[in-house]
Ligand binder design. Structure first.
Ligand SMILES: Cc1cc2nc3c(=O)[nH]c(=O)nc-3n(C[C@H](O)[C@H](O)[C@H](O)COP(=O)(O)OP(=O)(O)OC[C@H]3O[C@@H](n4cnc5c(N)ncnc54)[C@H](O)[C@@H]3O)c2cc1C
Length: 409
């Protein structure tokens, strides 16, 4: 039986930051993870580039945090986005800022982010145990005394930080087992939902458009005629419907309304007013006046989108361009600016960027991350019921809450 000052369960972004901070306070720290490497999820973040944090004002971090944003104040003011950038710079990782103030490693390599943290905790003398799954928290009379592993090993400590992540992309190790540990300690776990996902759509034509990426389109998320979200940016058609940055954000809004009356409306030409688009189509029709209508749209649309758009407009594809009426031209304008897809559901946890829901924030002290129910038990990262939109905000939550837990454990 080994004794530590602090035990951290889970070597993701939150757990590694917690271990780093605790060891810098001269604590004897053990970090256990059930996988054979640390930071498996970091490696797949930002399409392998890792959007570490965001360079915006702290108030904007709070605004981009969807659930329980007020819970974040203490941790983000203790260890802010600027502190996160400094931490990585101090640990040899150069960073750069991109569109929307997103911060990335200058090398564009998520592995460099993970390695910077790993080197830091190794240098700080943190004991790391791989392939070690924690099956129980040892609690006596409301006070933590250690952990028990699947193999039956016991490690003693008066402080245990649970940083097991959520249950999205379970192959990275975040398989939801942390929620069971929390529940067995008496904590409530709010309903868990797959957050920031692609959207399954009822229309089948997206399969024909599969793989088409649209940049600079406007996507509006609508529920029962109520506009929930609208932004300009990038999206992609897939075999199941739609995905990409705009769609991931839209999906988060539908989690709060449900999907039964959900749709997304895509404006394929947000840079052109209805009138300008009408004139532009007029010019294309004139240029192709002797051709069939279906052969006149190549300048306006990617080829795989032409068929679906013609079908949706209801215009006869065989009609000669010179025969297209004003009313038909208006219909085409409407279709291009209001391409509507009915949403069936979001994608599941296997493809979710984040888990929505988690350990109830009412039962955690936001100034220390310590449980209000069990002395010496701390939580950090995605396991807590707090989530944010894309832009580096979810890692920011993991790093900030991890630091605060490591500062107090
Ligand atoms: C594809 C993808 C892309 C993303 N891109 C970004 C991005 O660019 N920017 C951003 O801000 N956010 C991004 N996110 C979200 C972000 O990665 C997570 O919110 C964040 O990594 C959560 O960190 P965490 O430390 O709380 O949990 P995790 O990183 O999930 O770590 C949890 C760790 O706990 C271990 N563990 C779990 N249970 C046990 C147990 N019982 N015993 C022992 N060990 C256990 C796991 O093996 C794992 O290593 C992305 C997520 C995904 C899936």
């Amino acid at each position: 039986m080994s004794k530590y000052d602090v035990i951290v369960i889970g070597g993701g972004a939150a757990g590694m930051m917690a271990a780093s901070r605790a060891s810098k306070r001269n604590k004897k720290v053990l970090l256990v993870d059930q996988k054979d490497k640390l930071g498996s999820k970091i490696l797949i973040t930002g399409k392998g580039r890792c959007n570490i944090t965001n360079g915006c004002d702290i108030e904007d971090i709070i605004k981009n945090t969807v659930r329980n944003s007020a819970f974040l104040y203490s941790s983000i003011y203790t260890f802010s986005n600027m502190d996160i950038i400094k931490y990585f710079n101090d640990n040899g990782l150069e960073t750069k800022e991109e569109r929307g103030k997103r911060i990335f490693p200058a090398s564009d390599k998520a592995s460099h982010v993970r390695n910077a943290m790993l080197n830091d905790i190794r240098k700080s003398g943190v004991d790391i145990r791989y392939n070690t799954r924690v099956s129980a928290l040892l609690i006596e009379n409301g006070v933590i005394s250690g952990i028990k592993t699947d193999e039956g090993d016991i490690f003693e400590s008066a402080s245990v930080i649970v940083a097991c992540g959520g249950k999205s992309y379970p192959m990275t190790g975040s398989d939801g087992s942390g929620f069971l540990l929390a529940k067995n300690a008496g904590h409530h776990v709010t309903a868990l939902q797959a957050g920031l996902t692609g959207l399954n759509c009822k229309e089948h034509w997206t399969q024909d458009a599969m793989g088409i990426t649209l940049k600079n389109v406007t996507l509006t998320a609508v529920y029962d005629n109520r506009k929930l979200y609208s932004d300009i940016g990038e999206m992609i058609f897939t075999h199941f419907g739609v995905s990409g940055p705009l769609v991931l954000t839209a999906s988060r809004y539908f989690l709060d309304t449900g999907f039964d009356k959900a749709s997304v409306i895509i404006d394929l030409k947000p840079g052109l007013s209805d009138e300008k688009l009408y004139d532009r189509i007029g010019r294309d029709l004139l240029e192709n006046s002797k051709k069939k209508f279906e052969n006149s749209l190549h300048k306006l649309l990617p080829s795989n989108l032409i068929d679906p758009v013609i079908s949706l407009s209801g215009i006869d594809r065989e009609k000669q361009c010179s025969q297209i009426t004003k009313e038909e031209r208006n219909r085409l304008v409407y279709t291009l600016k209001n391409l509507t897809l009915k949403v069936q559901s979001g994608r599941g946890f296997d493809e979710a960027i984040v888990t929505v829901g988690g350990v109830d924030t009412k039962e955690i002290n936001p100034s220390t991350m310590e449980s209000k129910l069990v002395k010496g038990l701390f939580f950090a990262g995605e396991i807590i019921d707090i989530d944010a939109l894309t832009g580096g905000f979810n890692l920011t939550i993991a790093f900030s809450t991890g630091y605060l837990a490591g500062d107090n454990a």
